[in-house]
Design a protein around this ligand. Structure first.
Ligand SMILES: *Cc1c(COP(=O)(O)O)cnc(C)c1O
Length: 367
């Protein structure tokens, strides 16, 4: 049986008629950039989140960078980021001239909240918790630390559309949230797209200006900004998809439960603390023989991946002493050698999950 890691084709086919019509309409109207499509999606997405402001932009890396800039973060400042994330999280910090302060992760591979406080210095301005794999960080505790130290918080929600902590949506705890709609994300466009969301009107205002060349109205450049707009086709695609997001999320959660059941107690499965709604952007297991397991699954037609094989502070762009960095980030370094992401999407069937799980059990346990 051949099982892809993600199956964007299956989702497209379930929406084809409506999707094709929506895309053609944008082309017909020539509403490629400044049409009303991005604005419409902003309205829909802020309603979904229950936040006052949403600013659409070109991708989820830009949204992090623009939010940092809009908060006035720059040279000499520090921003706390987890050791385990996609590089955008730390890249955005460096891009505004600030320094990423890496903090090791906990047993869920999320930023270790116990270690945040000791990382804070007089130069620290912002904390960026990442809701990695769709598993939300314990935000009430992060906010308590941030408030005590006068720090601002940007939630990196690129992998966590619809996740919740104690019933409250990820992205609604911090000062602002950053979203990616990269095609493979839980809510994905047909190209690059991103968005910022916040209840802070002044912050949204500045972020919107930065994303559109610093303009307040046409040809009135109050500051220098950049070109980071969501294009009309991507916005129209997202508007077709957003009514389905909760059903897709439910299907991911159901599929994760099926994996849990078929993999059985002997396999190391996602670790989720109580009170969390994990939306399973990725379903990540651990194995002491990870590389061999990965190859075994591939031989049997099951695509799989590693998120991420090298923790950020061990990357060549951040250190020339990876061995020393390893000892500073032991939990992330350890996990990086064992984690394996199995196929996960709404359209997976029980039969496919059973097949993948039986291969994992066969390899790991010989049964
Ligand atoms: C995907 C991702 C981003 C960046 O999003 P792009 O739209 O690809 O720029 C940022 N942070 C995390 C954690 C991501 O997974």
């Amino acid at each position: 049986m051949k099982i892809p890691f993600v199956d964007l084709h299956a989702q497209y086919h379930s929406l084809k008629t409506e999707m094709d019509a929506a895309i053609f309409k944008v082309i017909e109207e020539g509403a490629f950039i400044s049409g009303g499509y991005a604005h419409r999606f902003e309205e829909e997405f802020k309603a979904y989140l229950g936040l006052a402001h949403c600013v659409a932009c070109a991708n989820g890396t830009d949204s992090l960078e623009i939010l940092l800039k809009a908060m006035g973060v720059g040279i000499g400042d520090e921003v706390i980021v987890p050791a385990m994330s996609w590089i955008s999280t730390s890249e955005a910090v460096s891009a505004v001239g600030a320094k990423p302060l890496f903090v090791d992760v906990d047993d869920q591979l999320l930023v270790d909240i116990e270690k945040i406080e000791s990382a804070i210095t007089a130069h620290t301005k912002v904390i960026i918790p990442v809701h990695l794999y769709g598993n939300p960080v314990n935000m009430p505790r992060v906010m308590e630390i941030a408030n005590r130290h006068g720090l601002r918080v940007i939630e990196d929600c690129a992998q966590s559309h619809g996740a919740r902590v104690d019933g409250k949506l990820a992205g609604t705890f911090g000062d602002a949230a950053s979203f990616s709609f990269y095609p493979g994300k839980n809510l994905g466009a047909y190209g690059d797209a991103g968005a910022m969301a916040t209840n802070d009107a002044a912050l949204a205002d500045v972020a919107r200006m930065i994303a559109n060349h610093g303009q307040k109205g046409k040809h009135n450049h109050l500051i220098e900004g950049r070109n980071s707009r969501m294009d009309g086709i991507q916005a129209a695609v997202l508007s077709v998809k957003i009514p389905h997001l909760d059903a897709w999320t439910d299907a991911r959660i159901k599929n994760a439960a099926i994996y849990d059941r078929y993999l059985g107690p002997e396999i190391s499965k996602p670790n989720i603390h109580s009170g969390k709604k994990h939306v399973f952007h990725l379903y990540v297991i651990r194995s002491k023989k990870r590389d061999a397991l990965s190859a075994f699954l591939k031989e049997h037609g099951v695509e799989n991946a590693i998120h991420y094989p090298v923790p950020l502070p061990l990357m060549p762009c951040y250190t020339s002493h990876p061995e020393q960095a390893k000892s500073e980030f032991p939990v992330a370094a350890d996990a990086a050698g064992e984690i394996l992401s199995l196929p996960m999407y709404a359209e997976l069937t029980e039969e496919q999950i059973s097949y993948v799980s039986s291969l994992v059990r066969k390899f790991e346990l010989g049964i």
